[in-house]
Design a protein around this ligand. Structure first.
Ligand SMILES: NC(=O)c1ccc[n+]([C@@H]2O[C@H](COP(=O)([O-])OP(=O)(O)OC[C@H]3O[C@@H](n4cnc5c(N)ncnc54)[C@H](OP(=O)(O)O)[C@@H]3O)[C@@H](O)[C@H]2O)c1
Length: 393
């Protein structure tokens, strides 16, 4: 006995698509900070089952999931196809970025999708890479596969998850995310040889999650001097996901006794300095395991040229940078037009008059009124987290 085929309305189909795309986005997050130089993508393969008996299932079933693997290979689609173990004929593939069509370090995903007998592809993102743009949809449709791109908030979210890739292709630089913790009065405390915590443990753990989703973490020399940070990811079991540590230090004044230099042979440490930095300092720091990169200075003569640094980071395969420096570094990134996202953790304690107001005289409040950013708010325990995303990003 067979059961009549359940008909699905457009709205059923749409909410089902949204559900699986949401899952694909969650999977994509797993590869952030670990898939460079490739973008981290998520993929889900779903089969429609038509039960022949009352005991057999009717409805959709996930048969494969995948996300971009460490170093960028295999791609998410390839990983999901392997995970589906051959049960792919007639299935739907949900993916957070259009499948690649070019022969890179791995064969094109579009070919693998066609060979696997996938019947429908639902993608969340248009790939700005000229080698993929347009061809992806064309190649897949030419093989008789239905291809659709989802619009709306999920698509925006997907675009943010591949910002490193988008900025690299469109602007030849990495994606920069600025993170700052402020007190209830909006001020940043100054360190006195070790970090001053103004947010509780839960918010700090959330900050460590941001670290693991970055390829590199960047601070200025003053933060090293005042806070002596490690800049590693210290979430249990995820220590090996610590990003590359980057310091801006024009004259290579960083102390050999700083935690960063002492751990340079274990966790990569790159120090950007000016052409005029003392050669002897370079020798000493290199001996300790640090990598020294000489870059141009700002035209004003104050500080290093952030655009030059951005170019160096890109050629070193860095796509996502978490800027965790103090207010000066945050301000110069904003002025250089390099602040793609600003994340502010606001604690419950006041810092007091000795603290610094970040982002010019308007402080964080000024940022909330800026038309250049769109703000969202959430609470991490008792800490208010404000996220400002560049509107034109
Ligand atoms: N609450 C928080 O979230 C947080 C986070 C980090 C730090 N902090 C606090 O912030 C304070 C340090 O803040 P800060 O803003 O003075 O220091 P910073 O941002 O960490 O570093 C600034 C230094 O970086 C170097 N630099 C080189 N090129 C630069 C450029 N283009 N733009 C900016 N800096 C450049 C400069 O030193 P050279 O001229 O020697 O190169 C400059 O003095 C510390 O007391 C620390 O405790 C707070």
């Amino acid at each position: 006995m067979s059961f009549p085929k359940a008909s699905m309305t457009d709205s059923d189909q749409n909410s089902r698509d949204q559900r699986y795309l949401r899952l694909a986005l969650k999977l994509a997050r797993r590869g952030l900070g670990n898939s460079g130089p490739n973008p981290s993508v998520g993929a889900v393969i779903v089969q429609e089952r038509q039960g022949r008996t009352s005991a057999q299932m009717t409805g959709s079933e996930i048969v494969g999931v995948g996300w971009t693997q460490p170093g960028g290979r295999p791609h998410a689609e390839a990983a999901a196809l392997v995970n589906a173990a051959g049960d792919t004929n007639g299935a739907t593939l949900y993916v957070t970025l259009d499948p690649c069509t070019h022969q890179g370090r791995s064969p094109p995903c579009s070919n693998a999708i066609i060979e696997a007998g996938i019947a429908r592809v639902v993608s969340l993102g248009f790939d700005p890479n000229p080698e993929v743009a347009v061809q992806s949809q064309q190649q897949i449709e030419a093989a008789g596969i239905i291809f659709s791109r989802m619009q709306g908030p999920l698509r925006k979210e997907a675009e943010w998850s591949v910002q490193g890739h988008i900025q690299a292709v469109q602007n030849k630089r990495p994606f920069f995310q600025l993170k700052l913790a402020v007190g209830k009065d909006g001020r940043v405390p100054r360190g006195t040889g070790k970090p001053v915590w103004i947010t509780p443990q839960l918010a700090r753990a959330h900050g460590h999650l941001m670290r693991l989703e970055a390829d590199a973490i960047l601070v200025g020399r003053r933060t090293v001097q005042d806070d002596d940070p490690n800049l590693t990811c210290r979430l249990p079991g995820l220590e090996n996901r610590s990003p590359i540590r980057v310091v801006l230090d024009s004259q290579l004044r960083i102390s050999e006794n700083s935690s960063l230099v002492k751990t340079a042979s274990r966790h990569p440490l790159w120090i950007f300095c000016s052409a005029a930095a003392p050669v002897e300092r370079e020798r000493i720091l290199r001996e300790k395991g640090a990598d020294i990169v000489r870059v141009a200075q700002n035209k004003t003569g104050e500080g290093l040229d952030l655009n030059d640094i951005a170019g160096h980071l890109l050629t070193r395969d860095v796509r996502r940078v978490l800027v965790e420096g103090g207010p000066l570094v945050a301000e110069t990134f904003c002025k250089a037009g390099l602040a793609d996202e600003i994340v502010i953790y606001q604690g419950q304690q006041r810092v007091g008059a000795e603290g610094i107001i970040p982002f010019g005289s308007g402080g964080v409040i000024g940022l909330t009124q800026s038309p250049r950013f769109q703000m969202t708010e959430q609470h991490i325990g008792e800490t208010l987290l404000r996220r400002f995303r560049r509107v034109d990003g």
